[in-house]
Unconditional design. Structure first.
Length: 241
């Protein structure tokens, strides 16, 4: 590992689900002090992660926009993260700390893990947890993720339909994430299992464009990528405690 006395540190900052006030105090302190910030961004246009922290930026920082296509069939692009890791390493070699922003939590389906995998063996890397989409979604819906001894499973919606169904059958509560174009498939599975009335839907949780809808009213159109469904087989089990 590089000499921490002369080299910079990479901080993986979880910046939360979208509300700038959900940034942790630790992430805020590091964000304001780091001379360099890095963040994922689409090939064109602004970065969502950067927009979350924009009200807190002190100005004058060097910025590294890690631009990549939003075609998830091509993600992650190895060359994108290889190039970003090299650029970040150059700053750390010069003694500059780098704060890499990650929406939600860095290690919960977070893009930061791809930088971590490339740099953690040779450089000092500190991961700062953030509020995840699961926590924000549950808060927005007023529905705890799980109660008592419930087994909670997190299911990415892109999983094959048969796999989604099998895993939903074998749990007490579930969070289905990364909905996007997979919403019709998720609805079919929930309906077959008799769980549609036990499912709650929210998109862009904690953001200004947050929307909560009954799943049955969504139709068969696509949902945003930043949408999730919470399912609890025992209904509002927490009310009986």
């Amino acid at each position: 590992m590089a000499d921490s006395l002369s080299k910079g540190t990479l901080y993986g900052l979880g910046v939360g689900p979208g509300d700038p006030e959900l940034l942790t105090l630790k992430a805020l302190r590091i964000l304001k002090a780091a001379p360099v910030i890095a963040y994922p961004a689409p090939e064109k246009g602004p970065s969502l992660a950067r927009s979350i922290v924009a009200p807190h930026l002190p100005g004058g920082q060097t910025e590294i926009a890690i631009r990549m296509p939003l075609d998830w069939a091509r993600f992650p692009l190895q060359e994108v993260y290889d190039r970003a890791a090299r650029e970040i390493a150059e700053h750390m070699a010069a003694g500059r700390d780098v704060a890499a922003l990650c929406q939600g939590d860095p290690f919960f389906y977070g893009s930061f893990m791809y930088l971590f995998g490339r740099l953690a063996r040779e450089w000092t890397v500190v991961v700062v947890p953030g509020v995840s989409s699961l926590g924000a979604g549950a808060a927005a819906l007023g529905a705890p993720l799980a109660a008592r001894d419930d087994a909670l499973v997190v299911l990415p919606a892109p999983l094959p339909e048969a796999v989604l169904e099998a895993r939903l059958e074998d749990c007490d509560a579930a969070a289905i994430v990364k909905l996007g174009r997979h919403l019709p498939k998720v609805r079919r599975v929930l309906k077959r299992l008799g769980l549609e009335d036990r499912a709650r839907y929210v998109e862009h949780a904690s953001m200004e464009n947050q929307r909560i809808r009954p799943l049955a009213e969504l139709g068969d159109g696509e949902a945003p990528y930043f949408a999730l469904v919470l399912v609890h087989k025992r209904g509002e089990a927490w009310r009986g405690a």
